[in-house]
Ligand binder design. Structure first.
Ligand code: ADP
Ligand code: ZN
Ligand code: ZN
Length: 748
């Protein structure tokens, strides 16, 4: 490709990323330009020269060539953090399939540049004695406001304007007159919005670091040793919760800073608690910044600006913190690397782990992944010696691993127990209440999402637009969780007329209600999507439980993520196999991870812990290995299943989702795509599954068809994607949207 046309985007910092403009590349620049470079281009009617960034070089003109303007010149030394971002966006677009605009919006999440908050201060221009003398002078003249201000300034030469006009009750007019007299001046200081509460509080003082154990030190030494030798690699640290991974992260960051480098730490949003952040602040003070989804665009913009100016060294945050524009990046850490939230659910559907690897390659940084239950992907790479594996085998705080009981729910039913609580779990709950110890009950499912079904004919009430079960809400209405459709509760089955049509009740709310009935004296807290909607409610529930204001915490997977409650000695898993039936190939892995984590919650201090896993499938390997906390055993069984079925990570899988307004067109197009793949790639022999209607066949009146393609070689899948994109563009299917998803986290 010669690259005689350049698609150029202007003015990214203001996020006017409307569309790229095409320019011709003059002969003298052909071969010299590259994606991400900044160039000067004539723009608008007046042909004013402005700066733009090259997003794409191509030989295909999008307009009449004679009407295209020429690129004016290259910007010297024009490699900026932004150019890096553009190159990364390009990589994401190529690798995952999306538009360039969508990719750019991903890597440049700052929506608009907000005005910074300006803090005004009154600054004394004379020395303390003079200021004092002046105040006496004003006092004599009965100019009490002036006297008051000068007296204060004699004590403290810089005062916030708000204090002066507020507490000191000095008018702006008075201030101006003192300014004219040359006694004071008003200074302005840009104040970055603070991403964290209380960062200026005195208790955020640096705290000395812990003496690392030999095990911990060895990991840190190996990674930093590589780095100093110029070796950049990906590392996986497997260590149970409480084995000291975070201490290793902090040690590495400190070493990186000593090397003049910066670091990004990804933590799933759910684990991004005050306690976690406090540890980083206590160690690194205001060189740390944090991002989360609650930040306003202005706050984000400030954080990114501070990062690009080098005012901070460490960025902590969820997935999107990956795109922090550091210029001296040395290390990316991904904690809890197995978490599904590291994969984007919107286009482009990128995985933070893979993008991090690319960023590290581009910026010559190291990548450290950490988890107690690594993703099959990472562990597979470690076993293949593609990444380096380290272990932390000992829990540093918190005692022995808990004792696990597996309860067969089928047996309970046979014995006449119809309750959600097995006899064992009930007995142990009673025991804990008596001993004033805490318990956690975990339900692998969203709160009040009971579906309504007919006990006579099995008919399930569904949303007419979305093809999903309607949920019965407290107010008695049936509601669709996708589109919000509502209808009153039915009293008769629309199918057979039977009056035995009931809600299936097995949500956290039902468990809470039942506990209150069974144990009237127990104090119960519930944590799920419904009780954590409002701001801070998540942290509030956690701290209430930590302060022992409740005996039992009931919740969804939120409650099993890395929080330390030393008084918890019992963990109950209500229905362990619920997550085995979600119908995708990661179900066993997810179940294993959740059960392992849930079990890890019990007995974190000197008190011994017990776990009750209730299940209809007590022999399932995910359940058995989780009960034994045996990652290796689980991995071996799971990887052989993946290999046999050609599932990731052994092979690769791409989902092609065809979204259409019209049912028939959607099916036709999906079929056309599948046929085209089979014929064009006959030689590569990919496995083509479908097309089929997605498990949710319709959302908001958009029909969803899905094709799955499996192949051992990722690049073949990328080539298929490229060819399909070209075909779709050529055929101008403007009624449909086609989305690609590489190694999807769940079934469509
Ligand atoms: P992880 O990140 O693996 O869950 P942490 O780093 O949070 O583990 O460590 C668990 C607990 O052990 C924390 O309370 C931490 O302060 C403590 N800890 C970690 N390393 C050490 C050490 N070398 N010496 C003493 N305590 C440590
Ligand atoms: Zn019926
Ligand atoms: Zn709906």
């Amino acid at each position: 490709m010669k690259g005689i046309f350049a698609n150029i985007i202007v003015d990214i910092s203001h996020e006017k990323v409307d569309r790229p403009f095409q320019y011709r590349v003059p002969d003298e620049l052909i071969g010299k330009l590259a994606v991400g470079m900044s160039v000067m281009i004539p723009f608008g009617k007046g042909n004013k020269l402005i700066k733009g960034y090259i997003m794409e070089l191509t030989d295909i003109p999008e307009y009449e060539v004679s009407k295209l303007k020429y690129v004016d010149s290259m910007v010297e030394g024009g490699v900026s953090a932004q150019a890096d971002s553009i190159r990364l966006a390009w990589w994401i677009k190529e690798h995952y399939g999306s538009t360039m605009i969508a990719a750019l919006k991903t890597v440049l999440p700052v929506k608009q540049k907000m005005k910074q908050v300006v803090k005004k201060a009154i600054c004394c221009l004379v020395d303390s004695d003079t200021a004092f003398a002046k105040s006496e002078e004003f006092e004599k003249k009965h100019q009490t406001a002036k006297a008051r201000l000068m007296r204060e300034l004699a004590e403290q030469p810089l005062l916030p304007q708000l204090l002066v006009t507020g507490k000191l009750n000095v008018t702006t007019q008075t201030i101006r007159s003192l300014e004219q007299a040359g006694l004071i001046k008003i200074t302005e200081e840009n104040v970055y919005r603070n991403a964290l509460p209380n960062t200026t509080d005195h208790h955020w003082k640096a705290i000395g670091k812990k003496q690392l154990s030999h095990e911990q030190q060895a990991v840190a030494d190996a990674i930093i040793g590589d780095f100093r030798l110029g070796v950049r690699d990906t590392y996986l640290l497997r260590g149970v919760t409480g084995s000291g991974k975070t201490e290793v992260y902090m040690e590495l960051i400190e070493q990186m800073i000593a090397e003049g480098k910066q670091a990004i730490v990804l933590i799933p949003e759910i684990a991004l608690t005050y306690q976690t952040l406090l540890r980083f602040y206590q160690r690194f003070g205001d060189r740390v910044s944090v991002m989360n989804s609650k930040l306003s665009p202005g706050e984000r913009s400030d954080q990114f600006e501070r990062a690009s100016k080098g005012e901070i060294d460490i960025m902590i945050g969820p997935r999107s913190a990956l795109f922090t524009p550091f210029t001296r990046l040395g290390l990316i850490i991904i904690d809890e690397e197995h978490e599904a939230s590291y994969k984007s659910e919107t286009m482009p559907k990128y995985h933070a782990r893979e993008v991090a690897q690319e960023i590290c390659r581009m910026k010559s940084a190291s990548l450290l992944l950490g988890s107690a239950t690594p993703s099959l992907e990472s562990y597979y790479l470690a076993k293949e010696n593609k990444i380096k594996l380290f272990y932390l085998n000992n829990r540093l705080a918190g005692g022995e691993l808990p004792f696990v009981h597996i309860v067969d729910l089928r047996e309970e039913l046979k014995q006449g127990n119809r309750s959600i609580l097995s006899r064992k779990l009930k007995e142990l709950l009673e025991d804990r209440l008596e001993k004033k110890q805490q318990s956690m009950l975990f339900l692998n499912r969203r709160g009040f999402a009971g579906f309504v079904s007919c006990r006579a004919c099995g008919h399930v009430m569904k949303c007419p637009h979305c093809d999903v079960s309607l949920s019965e809400h407290r107010n008695g209405k049936l509601v669709c969780h996708y589109c919000g459709f509502e209808m009153p509760q039915v009293t008769k089955c629309p199918q057979c007329g039977s009056k035995y049509i009931l809600g299936f009740r097995a949500g956290t709310q039902q468990i809470e209600e039942m506990l209150l009935k069974e144990f009237p004296k127990a104090r119960v807290l519930r944590m799920d999507a419904d009780t954590t909607k409002s701001k801070d409610s998540y942290e509030k529930i956690l701290s209430q439980f930590a302060n022992e204001e409740a005996d039992i915490l009931v919740g969804t997977q939120m409650i099993v993520k890395g929080h330390d409650f030393p008084k918890v000695t019992l963990v109950g898993v209500i229905a362990a196999d619920m997550s085995l039936h979600v119908g995708d190939y990661r179900a066993a892995e997810r179940t294993f991870q959740l059960l392992t984590q849930a079990a890890g919650r019990a007995g974190r201090s000197t008190l011994p812990g017990e776990v009750v896993i209730q299940t209809y499938q007590p022999d399932h390997y995910a359940v058995v290995h989780a009960a034994n906390q045996d990652y290796e055993g689980f991995y071996e069984e799971e990887i052989s299943y993946r290999d046999l079925m050609m599932y990731p990570p052994v092979a690769n899988m791409m989902a092609i989702l065809v979204l259409s307004n019209d049912e028939l067109t959607g099916t036709c197009h999906a079929n056309e795509l599948a046929d085209a793949i089979k014929s064009s790639f006959a030689k590569e022999r990919p496995y083509v599954i479908g097309p089929a209607s997605a498990s949710i066949g319709k959302i908001n009146d958009i029909y969803r068809n899905v094709i799955y393609i499996k192949h051992r070689d990722y690049h073949v899948l990328v080539r298929i994607k490229d060819e399909m994109e070209a075909m779709i563009a050529e055929k101008e299917w403007n009624t449909d949207t086609v989305q690609f998803d590489f190694n999807p986290m769940s079934a469509y």
